[in-house]
Design a protein around this ligand. Structure first.
Ligand code: FE2
Length: 396
């Protein structure tokens, strides 16, 4: 090859390189996907938005409201920690300063990241912006009725989560009452098992409550990033109109010293601290003035023969605090079948309604009246009879 021809080829190749880089970048952008977001643990003044992207990105949410002067112009909230933006495929944004009982709309943005010599660098270029979504804060405003829809013990069956959530039409919010996975291993796993199925079929806010299986696995310490809440811990309370909810967390069901926990468990102390906290909650005017008072907890604190250490220990802590305070119902899972534990002088003075793993539980509050229905995989529903210890099944 003549020297001149060789230089010509080099010139042509180098001229093509920027186009190749641009084409590659465009291809990356084309393949960039963002899941629909989920709204998590919405309370009086606070909401959380979580979503996933197909590759690493930064993220933020723009919030506006015609009902709140502070949000007449959109306000941005970033996925960040102490001033530093988080980079990853999972995004979790806390939206603060909201008004109770107010409707907000929001847009979700994911931003591409590049690398500089010192590490990661946010480029600021928008890659994905999803359709506007809405949520409403909770608060004291009285409602004609309030309905929640609870599923639990799905143990990584994301397809079943999606199927069961299709029966949540007409409710106000969703409860994941624990054991949605076998153990917590990664953000990707939590996407597949919990949030992707929800993002496909519902726009309702979710309260994701920790079960004993979410205390296991190398990612278990990240539960509050996956399910962020105002209290910043896995037990808390919230009100929705005149219904007062207490979320409790048994932790593990076996003794802290059990070999299965490899010396990592400290749940006796954790349960005792919840009982102490609950004492003051029961003294609050919001609790005392509520029409209905509800405990939601993955493990039923059921102290019949065969109950495990976590249940027996928690019962001893809770019974003096809870009994006589006017709680109406305890919503639980864990047993993988429908069961009703009636009120008992030897247990709690409220029924424990236990939802199975192949059913969704609809709980409707109208004034002081509570109606409970269990919907199975076929869409058949089951009316709960408090006098029976198994749910009698009937066709829809
Ligand atoms: Fe469980």
């Amino acid at each position: 090859m003549k020297r001149l021809d060789f230089i010509k080829i080099l010139l042509v190749l180098s001229a093509c390189l920027p186009f190749a880089a641009v084409a590659e970048e465009a291809e990356v952008k084309k393949s960039f996907q963002a899941d629909e977001p989920c709204t998590v643990n919405v309370s009086d003044n606070l909401a959380h938005v979580v979503w996933y992207t197909s590759s690493d990105s930064a993220g933020y949410v723009k919030v506006s409201s015609s009902e709140d002067d502070n949000f007449k112009k959109p306000v941005s909230f970033y996925d960040s920690n102490s001033g530093i933006k988080n980079i990853g495929k999972f995004h979790s944004v806390r939206i603060e300063g909201l008004k109770p009982d107010t409707k907000y709309s929001y847009m979700v943005y994911s931003v591409e990241v590049g690398k500089d010599g010192n590490g990661r660098l946010v480029s600021g270029q928008k890659l994905a912006s999803l359709e506007p979504r809405e949520f409403s804060t909770t608060g004291p405003k009285e409602r004609e009725s309030l309905t929640l829809y609870m599923i639990n013990d799905q143990h990584e069956h994301g397809d079943r989560v999606e199927h069961l959530l299709k029966n949540s039409n007409g409710v106000d919010f969703i409860v994941y009452n624990g054991d949605m996975v076998n153990n917590m291993r990664s953000a990707d796993q939590m996407r597949e098992c919990c949030y992707l199925p929800a993002s496909r079929v519902t726009k309702l806010p979710i309260h994701y409550i920790r079960g004993n299986h979410e205390t296991r696995g190398r990612y278990a310490g990240e539960f509050l990033r996956i399910s962020p809440c105002e209290a910043g811990r896995t037990f808390y309370s919230f009100r929705y109109g005149k219904v007062f909810f207490v979320v409790l967390d048994v932790g593990e069901d076996k003794c802290d010293s059990d070999e299965e926990y490899f010396g990592m468990a400290n749940f006796d102390e954790f349960r005792s601290s919840q009982a102490k906290w609950l004492e003051s909650v029961c003294e609050s005017p919001e609790f005392k003035n509520a029409d209905a008072r509800v405990i939601i907890c993955h493990v039923p604190v059921d102290i019949r023969d065969g109950s495990w250490h976590g249940q027996l220990h928690f019962y001893k802590q809770l019974a003096p605090v809870v009994n006589g305070k006017g709680f109406d119902i305890f919503l639980a899972g864990h047993y993988h079948r429908n069961l009703l534990v009636p009120p008992s002088p030897k247990g709690f003075d409220m029924p424990i309604v236990i939802n199975g793993d192949k059913e969704g539980l609809r709980v409707k509050f109208t004034g002081k009246n509570i109606e409970v229905e269990s919907v199975d995989m076929n869409g058949d529903f089951i009316k709960v009879d408090y006098k029976a210890d198994r749910f009698p099944k009937r066709k829809k």
